[in-house]
Design a protein around this ligand. Sequence first.
Ligand SMILES: [Zn+2]
Ligand SMILES: [Zn+2]
Length: 176
Amino acid sequence: MILNLEKLKAGRSEFWRSYARHELDLENVPDFEVIGDIDSHVIAVKNRTNIKLTIELNYRLKLVCSRCLEEFTREFSEKTTYYLKAGKEDIVEEKPLADEDIFTMYYATEELDLKPLMREMIILSVPMKPLCKPDCKGLCPVCGVNWNYETCEHMGQAKPIDSRWQKLIEISSKLK
Ligand SMILES: [Zn+2]
Ligand SMILES: [Zn+2]
């Protein structure tokens, strides 16, 4: 949605809208797939030229587990607050304040397209190492069976290698 910052009435305004993934340009992104619509709830509180903008998004993503490589879907609920201030700079200055999900932006334009902000929120919410469940047992590094469903004779001998540790193992073996 496009928020007209000039015409926005003083005080609190709320907007609800659902987006199809292509509307947020999330059709062909690597690493995840948006399932269904993205529900947004936008709260704008205007005080003179300062606007506190809160964007809440609810959506489902299909991800690939980094340990067992199976696809899974998860519900996400994200909330980010932006402080908009009238200024000469265009919306380039993003200064994270104490809280990492709060940004201050300067606007020189009348209209602010919220879609790129929403797109970024979704992309940033995707975990670096998604897990289908916190205790996913992963794949056997020897024979490749999925230890969540099956057992094999290597259980107890070999531990699934988390790729985060792989680099450390390589480094420590070089040091020897
Ligand atoms: Zn898994
Ligand atoms: Zn095995």
